[in-house]
Structure formats: C-alpha cells, structure tokens
Design a protein around this ligand. Structure first.
Ligand code: SF4
Ligand code: MG
Length: 315
C-alpha cells in the first residue's frame, strides 16, 4: 500500500527583508527534502528552532505551498486537493492549544468545527461524533460545555487532539504538541497520543526539539539542520549509534537539559545557526568538531543504506 506520507524533493524559499532599505534575501527553509512515512508509523523530526521543521509541517499540512517538489498524502498529491478532502485525511496538533482554541466558544463547539466545515452533516451526527472524540481523549461531556479558559493546559491539549480526531483522519501532524506543558502533563499527553495511534491505526509526523520526547514515541527519526535532513534512521538505532556529528551533538545536549528553553544547548559553545546565512560546503561545518578541509567547500551528498540515511563526508 502507498506510504501515508511521501515527500519528494520538497523545497520552500521565503523572501525576507532584514531592514527597511535592505533588498529582500532568499531564505531556503526546506531544501530538497525527500522521505516517506509508512502507514501506522511515527516519523519524529528533530532539530533546533529555525531548522525548518515547522515549515516542513506546514507544507505537509497544505498550509504552505512548496517552491518545488511534491507532497503525497495517502498516495494522492496534496497540491490541488480539495480543502475538505484534505481535512478528512490529515489534521494538525500544534504547540500552544490556548492560542489555537477560540476563547469565546464552548469546547464541544470547538471540537465540532472541522465537521461543520465539511457541510452537510446532521446535528445528531455532530453531537455523537464530538462525544466520541471527547471520550477518546479522556474528557467528559460536562467538560465539553466549558470554555477553554476553564480548563488546564493539559486538558486544552486534549481538546486540540479531539478536534484533530473528529473527522477520523489517517494522519496527524504534531508540531511540538507537548512543549508548552509541564513535564508531568507532557508524559500524559504523549501516552495518550501513543494509545490513539495504536487504537486508531494513525500515522504521525511528530516534530519536536526535545529528543527524549521523540525517543518515546517515534519509530523512525529524521534530524534536520538548516533545512536539510542530515540523518534519518530507525529510532532505536539512531539513539544507540548516531552517525552524523550534529546528531551526536544533539544527543550529548540531552545530558545537560535546560528546562523551559525552546532551544537545546547543543554543547558546541556557540550561537544558533542563521537560516538566512547558510554556510558554504557542509552547512554544519562552522560548528562541527570533526570537520576536515573539504567540509568548508564541498557539500556532502546523502548516502542511504539499510541503516537509513546520513549526509556527511565522514560517514
Ligand atoms: Fe562535519 Fe564535514 Fe561531516 Fe559536515 S561533512 S558534518 S563538517 S565532518
Ligand atoms: Mg517550530
């Protein structure tokens, strides 16, 4: 059967102006990315802020147009797909549920929204399916009558998940779904997502800067650096035997976590990479502890084998 998600040569360029009189510059947020996600599995995407992972999520959700390349969802090209059909296939869960929930609406109406947007759904069906979605995420009918401000952060994220499930999609794109939550609540939401995937046969694209979170849920992991996937591998293998120097640095940074920060301490003692200023050669070379001469002039090509993919001259 077709993979749930297939991405081919995906590229997205933004034109940004960095000062009032500066001429616009091109920022390549996603640069020739290809991968596929088998149905029922979880691809974790990790990397620092600004690496392009949220842009990737928005391209796969059809919220952004690619500059080049294709996204196929369930074997169908996303470009040109009707919005309502797309919503039945793929749904998002974003980081900050408070920002994405209308404060003036009751929970049950928020969860009903994707169904109502489909048009032509009977009131009784809406009520029944909203009730089912609330059940699935562990919220009561009574909680469905409340407003977002009356719920905790974890409950609000359950609402966002119920809203994503109400159309019974096959694929859910989670972009930092637990990053705004307390650590104890994070585990509950992760366990809920894992359980829903098992019970409903869902496929996830799961984006996070937090490697521990990704390790918990992903079957395969892609590591992004300045718009490229620099390593991709089955999850257990990636954590046990990382092959790219950047992956190794990210894993080392997990040993010295900085709670509350959106950006991991990569342990290389420097600042964030700048997507508007991608270094020549290997884009990681200014921070790479094992760089060799040609790294500053020659971009490594991706090498794929049974263990996955890695993009490094030394691999
Ligand atoms: Fe480091 Fe060179 Fe490999 Fe890039 S290609 S990760 S600079 S060793
Ligand atoms: Mg982001």
């Amino acid at each position: 059967s077709a993979p749930a998600i297939e991405v081919r040569g995906l590229r997205r360029v933004f034109r940004v102006r960095q000062g009032l009189f500066a001429s616009p510059r091109e920022v390549v947020a996603v640069d020739d990315v290809s991968f596929s996600v088998p149905a029922g599995s979880v691809l974790g995407v990790v990397g620092e802020s600004g690496c392009g992972k949220s842009t990737l999520a928005r391209l796969i959700l059809g919220l952004l147009e690619p500059s080049a390349g294709d996204v196929l969802v369930d074997g169908q090209r996303l470009g040109g797909m009707d919005r309502r059909a797309r919503a039945r296939l793929i749904q998002p869960v974003f980081q900050d549920p408070f920002a994405s929930l209308n404060p003036k609406r009751r929970i049950r109406d928020i969860v009903a929204m994707p169904l109502i947007a489909q048009g032509d759904v009977a009131r009784a069906d809406i009520d029944r399916r909203v009730g089912e979605a609330l059940d699935r995420v562990g919220l009561s009918r009574e909680q469905g009558t409340r407003f977002p401000a009356q719920l905790s952060g974890g409950q609000r994220q359950r609402v966002a998940i119920a809203r994503a499930l109400v159309l019974r999609p096959r694929i859910v794109v989670c972009d930092e779904p637990t990053s705004a939550l307390d650590v104890s609540v994070q585990a509950q939401i992760l366990n809920l997502l894992a359980e829903l995937r098992r019970d409903l046969g869902l496929t996830y694209l799961f984006i996070s800067h937090n490697l521990a979170v990704v390790e918990h849920i992903a079957s395969e992991v892609a590591v992004m650096y300045l718009g490229r996937i620099v390593e991709r591998s089955e999850s257990e293998r990636l954590f046990a035997a990382p092959r790219h120097p950047y992956t190794r640095a990210l894993l080392a940074s997990v040993l010295t976590p900085e709670p509350g920060l959106g950006v991991p301490d990569v342990g290389l003692g420097d600042t964030m990479p700048d997507p508007a200023n991608i270094p020549p050669g290997c884009r990681f070379h200014p921070r790479c502890p094992v760089a060799i001469a040609k790294c500053s002039t020659e971009a490594p090509r991706p090498t794929a084998d049974a263990a996955g993919l890695v993009e490094c001259h030394l691999a």
